[in-house]
Design a binder for this molecule. Structure first.
Ligand code: SAM
Length: 225
């Protein structure tokens, strides 16, 4: 993609997500409900962490005490999962392209001094301090990104910041029948299993486990080489 086009895509992602956040951030974060209470919204984040993280602590921690671990979260939205991560891990560094979402996440985590939320440019992690991270996580974010180049760049950037051997666990759209337009910031580009493995190789990861190829929730376990 040409530089001009990528700038346009990043700008569109930021504007669209700001607009969604102003309209009803919690609905666009988790479309199960339009009228989330605080308690229900954050309980849904706890459920995601219970299902995707607490069941997988062997791969995630590899013997380390989670309270000593630094975690990256890409696309934190309104802090739904960020809060739950912060209760279990030492430090959470979260990014989101939308300043409106970032404001909501900061408010949601204001009582948690181990949470650091940053607005980024929508394609790299240069806003995060380069201090070595032990785990990275992202869900229902890349499935909205219409540019393969942006997603690959996030994987490369995560590889730059993770300590060797550490895990980046994330979800992409795996349903290849999805067709997306460069300016559609709701339906992201799909990945086949082969494309996911090629992305891992290109970015310095071992794609050790994959689950859900061909489905919307295609989960990838990339271990930094
Ligand atoms: C459906 S919400 C999910 C939020 C959070 N992961 C959760 O599950 O609660 C998607 C989030 O991804 C963010 N996002 C979309 N494209 C992004 C990009 N290119 N870079 C960073 N964040 C992005 C949006 O602003 C939004 O907050």
């Amino acid at each position: 993609m040409e530089a001009k086009n990528i700038e346009q895509t990043l700008d569109k992602m930021r504007r669209d997500w700001d607009e969604r956040a102003r309209e009803n951030a919690r609905f666009y974060v988790n479309t199960e409900r339009t009228d989330w209470t605080d308690a229900e919204f954050f309980a849904s984040g706890e459920r995601t962490v219970a299902e995707e993280i607490l069941t997988d602590m062997i791969n995630i921690c590899q013997g380390r005490d989670p309270l000593t671990m630094r975690v990256i979260e890409i696309g934190c939205g309104a802090g739904r999962i960020t809060r739950a991560l912060a209760k279990r891990f030492g430090e959470v560094y979260a990014v989101d392209v939308s300043g409106e979402m970032v404001a909501q996440a900061r408010q949601a985590c204001a009582d948690l001094p181990n949470v650091h939320v940053f607005q980024n440019n929508g394609m790299d992690l240069s806003v995060l301090p380069d201090i070595g991270y032990d785990f990275a996580f992202s869900t229902i974010v890349f499935q909205h990104i219409p540019s393969r180049e942006v997603i690959v760049n996030y994987v490369r950037e995560t590889g730059r910041l993770l300590k060797p051997g550490s895990l980046f666990k994330f979800q992409v759209q795996g349903d290849a029948s999805i067709s997306t337009e460069p300016d559609d910031t709701w339906l992201g580009v799909p990945f086949t299993d082969e494309q996911a493995c090629a992305m891992a190789e290109e970015c310095g990861f071992e794609p050790r486990y994959r689950h859900g190829a061909g489905e919307q929730y295609f989960w990838l376990w990339f271990f930094k080489k």
